[in-house]
Design a protein around this ligand. Structure first.
Ligand code: 3HC
Length: 303
């Protein structure tokens, strides 16, 4: 059955090679997923060799885990490893049909990335973004072919969660959107079409939920109590574990975007901002075990 709002699948273009901009955790997860499900070459790019090596290394390690669980054969593992390569230049995208970016959440950076990709790919190559909350239309503005830009928003862990938000920007054409839905199907995701609105749909709900839990801690509820208050609801993980999985910096960015768009409806926790800006990736863990220094910063911030 065609997902609501998806264009006729006959319009979809074939995807024979994929480019992934960024080699961070999200980008590496995407590279593995695309290689495994589309069985096409996937090229990762990043700014330096160390990051590329880390990204490709993650893919190889995950492939070994799949092999260890006997989800794939030895031949498939070797083939998968061969499909994912790293390149320091975007020239390697020249013959790609689908490029997805998963770089730092900053509109100017993402616009620059798309402009650089557009300089090397064909006019039909779909440019997809995994942004959590930025405007897809703003990202497409200024490109020679803004009609091929789509939002393609995954959820962590990418390999496990089936949901995929596909975003139509104001100039996205049907062929690009149909290609995005066809790719989503090949990736075995449950795609939903959402509007190009701040934080789309899922992150609006999640941010409201997480904002309340973080707010309770900010107001003095011990973190251990707030984190386990909903245990009996059978959530798959506690709120602060989820915060660590998403990444506090990403969560903060989404909250800031929503606060800017709807100041009366979304707040930004000053403590979360303090901890993220102090550069502590493991902040706010339920027992602060990931980074004990975070407790000091948290306490110093007056919570
Ligand atoms: N990467 C890859 N695979 C992972 C993984 C990871 N980080 N974490 C878990 N898995 C796999 C495991 O290997 C296991 O696979 P298997 O069945 O093949 O062995 C499977 O997931 C289940 O894992 P576990 O049995 O260890 O643990 P759980 O049953 O508790 O599941 C979970 C783990 C899937 C992470 C579950 O706790 C969950 O769904 N949590 C909620 C996650 C969530 O809400 N994510 C959305 C975040 S919002 C977002 O990402 C948007 C962004 O814009 C902010």
């Amino acid at each position: 059955k065609r997902p609501a709002g998806a264009p006729d699948k006959a319009l979809a273009r074939k995807v024979t090679k994929v480019g992934v901009v960024g080699a961070g955790l999200m980008a590496s997860q995407l590279a593995l997923l695309f290689a495994r499900r589309l069985e096409v070459p996937v090229v990762l790019t990043d700014l330096d060799q160390a990051r590329l090596d880390k990204g490709v290394g993650y893919v190889h390690a995950e492939v070994d885990k799949l092999l260890g669980k006997r989800r794939i054969t030895g031949d498939q593992a070797n083939r998968l490893k061969g499909l994912v390569t790293g390149s320091l230049t975007k020239d390697a995208f020249a013959d790609a049909d689908f490029v997805i970016e998963a770089v730092f959440e900053d509109l100017a950076v993402k616009k620059q990335v798309f402009a650089e990709v557009e300089a090397v790919v064909s006019p039909e190559c779909v440019l997809a973004t995994n942004t959590s909350s930025l405007s897809i239309s703003a990202m497409a503005a200024g490109l020679r072919h803004p009609e091929r830009v789509v939002g393609f928003h995954f959820f962590n862990p990418v390999a496990v969660l089936p949901l995929l938000e596909i975003v139509r920007a104001d100039r996205t054409d049907d062929a690009s959107l149909a290609t995005a839905f066809a790719v989503g199907k090949a990736l075995r995701k449950s795609s939903v079409l959402v509007k190009d609105a701040p934080a789309f749909v899922v992150n609006r709900l999640l941010t409201r939920f997480m904002g309340e839990v973080i707010g309770a801690v900010d107001e003095g509820t011990p973190i251990e109590v707030a984190d386990h208050a909903l245990d009996e609801l059978g959530l798959p993980m506690t709120p602060f574990t989820l915060l660590q999985l998403v990444g506090p910096a990403v969560a903060l960015h989404v909250a800031e975007t929503l606060h800017e768009a709807f100041p009366g409806r979304y707040g930004v926790s000053a403590n979360l901002a303090t901890l993220v800006k102090a550069g502590k990736p493991g902040v706010y863990a339920p027992d602060f075990s990931i980074d004990p220094e975070a407790r000091q910063i948290f306490e110093a911030s007056g919570a």
